[in-house]
Design a protein around this ligand. Structure first.
Ligand code: ZN
Length: 869
């Protein structure tokens, strides 16, 4: 039913119309009506469960429809025009909770009835509810006191209609509030609803994944006390409960426990491989980027070494002597001096094997180094721990590889910097192992030793370093701004004081450059985004990374690490977006978001992958955006056979299925590589097994939505829309387009990572880049107060599509302006663009003309933009 209502609303362009508007928030009619509908249903459901009303099936349907239709009158052009006039300062504010007149409702009620009855035939038996719905809605704006109701000349047609009037009105008021605290203080006057109470939880800062853990933990505290979450804001949640129930005091110990448990479940248990990958940094820089992930449990340690052993540096290479680096040649010299009897190829093989083994040892000793440093940071006796760790490593290697301990004890410190001449004793020691002769067996044994030694280190870690999740959860708990136990506030203040007076990093009391909290870390700057990201707090134009370090707090540092755990390959996300509701979200819209998130993440090619903006532009120009699901012909998949082959091969490599991929498919045909599998697939001769199929599309779509609590979605991308060396403002146009598509798909506001903290207001679907170069584009798109407004979303999508496609056609004809083509097109006369194309190509450029038309669609809109400015 909810899906049908959504489609019906979209058909009537409710997503481009206003329902709510003020200086801080705009909400589309579609989002508002769907949410009021769903919230009404949740309220009724709870009332029914508490036996305050008899929630029959008929009443449930009725409340859903009444909620959906309660503002239907606002779809009128005259109302929408009045809102626009008001927002531009040309008119008075249109009445918001004004009565919905019957004559305004009828034009929507009748078509909806037909639409619903066509799709859901049993609805025909409920014919009488439509009159009741109209009654409830027309009465809804009226005064609530008993006298007014009894004197009303239009008597209620039924008790159900009365209940709907009351419940939907409450849902409407709740869904119109700006913040979680305003919503929870809505007064509950009414026969039925006065038996309820509202309460809420709220956080002071939205950090991303960490905040989702916190929201989820808070929710479980309330549900445990008999309350039910019904409405979600990005920074908080509204709950209903019985009027006589006691509002839970948040017990911070329980809250912390709950956060920790959720982190363990979502991270350690569900994603050991990603945790392992995110733990690893880079052999040449910080080898172990997140030791707390590596040491979290033994499964992760196992996955970690499996992953490391497949890295190129960990496998012997077939290089010739002159292809090796200087240090490597020095090692060769030393080895040769020891092995005068052997021929060159034997010596080279030994060298290659040793180099790979030594790299693996570097990784192991880097783990030890992290253990020692973290012990020092935690105030433990790091010297003692260092000795203990070395002993553990030496004993384990000696035992598993059957090498005399005394030899291993003479090893130098093992690191990337270890001098060539000092590496020889290590090689000599390894040769002592009885397993060394057989390279395959040796590899197995060495891995076993490394894994075992790491488990040994993990034991020491757990014994001497405070649990990271507990530390994080404790810090996170002080983000809770409601409800707070006064004792917890005091505790928080004390914690802060200790941090400030101790000045943990020796940098005094610097503030976190992300959230403004106390910065405890001079963070591994490389975590904070790839080289493409500029940070406001750095010297203008300088890139994060390298020598530039930014100071952040422990929470912000951990947040960055966490995000990479949600990437399929544990890498850093390329970019991050927030999908947030227009105001707030209800249960049904949350389910809808989940559905859309799955569709874009595992899209099998019915839609273009989101990062491919050219394809999306074509898609939109050709037919607009369809609603999900869009079953297209299989043959018109947006993924080519070659792309599938590549993704399948990637997975095969990861799973260690070298040369035989038959176990990935059903039936298990002979397949030696990804290409073979992809070819079978396109001939329909076999199917990928489900878990592999999902993974193939996950890799191809390059998106990772994180949705651990209903309040908002964090969307990470693996790839980018940018071309190499593309100017920043040109890329900004494509990212704007990308956000608009997302906003349309989710019927929600989409913000880039940092804007969630910067934007005090949400005035539409997404923000327009603050960039002087793009000013004329802003005018063309009708940007208002820095936003793509609700009515302008689809126009913006069409125009941006046209712009992107003109640019694409120009490069196809080799008539482009190089990297800055998109920017040049912003102000170029259409005629001159055409001349450029025709100069290169004799044919009549039909496509380019139609795109240019769409881009310029008459002077009318350009003038309109000027008027607004
Ligand atoms: Zn911070």
């Amino acid at each position: 039913m909810f899906g049908a209502l959504k489609t019906f609303g979209e058909m009537r362009n409710w997503h481009l119309k206003y329902a709510k508007f003020n200086w801080r928030t705009h909400q589309s009619l579609l989002a508002h009506c769907l949410n009021v509908s769903s919230l009404s249903y949740s309220l009724l459901d709870y009332l029914g469960e508490q036996q305050f009303v008899k929630a029959t099936d008929k009443l449930r349907v009725q409340v859903l429809l009444t909620g959906f239709l309660h503002d239907a009158g606002k779809e009128r052009g005259s109302y929408q025009q009045a809102v626009e006039d008001f927002l531009c300062g040309r008119g008075f504010e249109p009445l918001d909770f004004g009565h919905q007149q019957e004559m305004d409702l009828r034009p929507v009620v009748e078509p909806l009835r037909t639409y619903v009855e066509d799709r859901l035939p049993p609805m025909r038996d409920l014919g009488s509810i439509w009159e009741e719905i109209v009654w409830s809605i027309t009465q809804m704006g009226r005064r609530e006191d008993a006298g007014a109701v009894s004197h009303s000349f239009e008597r209620a047609p039924s008790n159900d209609a009365l209940t709907c009037k009351e419940v939907v009105h409450l849902a409407d008021v709740m869904m119109s509030k700006l913040g979680v605290d305003d919503t929870a203080s809505v007064s509950l006057n009414g026969q039925t609803i006065s038996r309820l109470q509202l309460t809420y939880s709220k956080v002071s800062v939205v950090r991303g994944v960490l905040t989702q853990f916190l929201h989820a933990a808070l929710e479980s505290q309330f549900t445990g006390a008999g309350f039910r979450p019904v409405q979600w804001f990005p920074d908080g949640t509204v709950y209903i409960g019985r009027a006589d129930a006691k509002v839970p005091q948040i017990d911070s110990t329980k809250l912390i426990e709950s956060v920790v448990r959720k982190m363990q479940d979502v991270l350690d248990k569900s994603r050991p491989l990603q945790m392992a990958k995110a733990a690893y940094g880079n052999l040449r820089a910080q080898v172990i980027a997140a030791p707390e992930f590596l040491f979290a449990n033994n499964d992760i340690i196992h996955e970690f070494w499996q992953y490391i052993s497949k890295q190129r540096f960990a496998t012997p290479s077939n290089k010739k002597l002159d292809e090796f680096r200087d240090t490597e040649r020095k090692v060769y010299q030393q080895i040769s001096d020891q092995l005068t009897g052997k021929d060159e190829s034997t010596r080279l093989t030994l060298l290659a094997r040793f180099l790979a083994d030594f790299n693996l040892l570097i990784v192991l000793y880097a783990a030890r180094k992290e253990l020692v440093e973290n012990a020092r940071y935690a105030g433990s006796d790091s010297k003692k721990i260092g000795e203990e760790a070395s002993k553990k490593i030496q004993e384990t290697l000696a035992q598993v590889l059957e090498i005399p301990l005394a030899h291993i004890a003479t090893w130098p410190e093992i690191a990337l910097q270890t001098k060539a001449e000092r590496r020889l004793p290590v090689a000599q020691t390894l040769w002592l192992s009885p397993y060394y002769r057989d390279p395959d067996e040796w590899q197995k044994k060495l891995l076993e030793a490394l894994e075992k030694a790491t488990i040994g280190l993990a034991d020491i870690w757990r014994g001497s370093i405070p649990d990271k999740y507990v530390a994080i959860a404790r810090l996170l708990a002080s983000d809770v701004s409601h409800p707070l136990d006064p004792k917890a506030i005091l505790e928080t203040v004390e914690n802060l004081n200790t941090v400030i007076t101790e000045g943990k990093t020796g940098h005094g009391t610097s503030t976190c450059q992300r959230c403004g909290g106390v910065a405890a870390y001079e963070a591994q700057a490389e975590l904070f985004g790839n080289s493409e990201i500029y940070h406001d707090n750095l010297v203008a134009g300088s890139r994060v990374g390298g020598g530039n370090k930014i100071r952040v707090c422990e929470l912000c540092e951990f947040e960055e690490k966490l995000r990479s755990v949600f990437m399929t390959r544990g890498q850093e996300p390329f970019s991050t977006f927030y999908i947030i509701p227009h105001l707030a979200i209800s249960r049904n819209q949350q389910l809808d978001w989940q559905k859309v998130a799955r569709e874009i993440m595992y899209n099998q090619g019915q839609l273009p992958p989101l990062l491919r903006v050219n394809r999306w532009a074509e898609f939109i120009i050709e037919g607009g955006i369809p609603s999900f699901p869009t079953p297209l012909e299989k043959s018109s998949s947006f993924f080519s056979e070659k792309e599938r082959a590549w993704a399948i091969q990637e997975i095969a490599d990861e799973e260690g299925l070298e040369g035989d991929l038959s176990s990935m498919i059903d039936p298990p045909l002979d397949a030696k590589d990804g290409k073979a599998v992809a070819s079978y697939l396109s001939k329909g001769r076999c199917k990928l097994k489900e878990k592999y199929e999902k993974k193939v599309y996950e890799i191809l779509n390059r998106l990772e939505p994180i949705y651990l609590s209903p309040n908002f979605i964090l969307l990470l991308t693996t790839g980018t829309v940018e071309n190499q060396d593309e100017p920043e403002s040109s890329a900004a146009i494509k990212w704007l387009f990308f956000r608009c598509v997302l906003a349309r798909l989710f019927s929600a506001t989409v913000l880039a990572d940092d804007s969630i903290r910067e934007e005090g207001a949400t005035l539409g679907y997404t923000t327009f880049p603050l960039n002087i170069t793009l000013r004329s584009l802003g005018k063309k798109l009708g940007v208002q107060k820095g936003w793509i407004s609700i009515p302008n979303l689809e126009r913006a999508l069409k125009k941006l599509s046209a712009l992107i496609l003109v640019s694409h056609e120009l490069s196809n004809e080799q008539a482009d302006y190089g990297n800055a083509t998109l920017l040049r097109l912003l102000d170029e006369e259409p005629g001159r663009v055409l001349v450029r194309v025709t100069n290169k190509n004799q044919a009549y450029p039909k496509k380019v003309i139609s795109y240019l038309d769409a881009w310029n669609d008459g002077k009318r809109n350009v003038l309109r933009g000027v008027e607004y400015a």
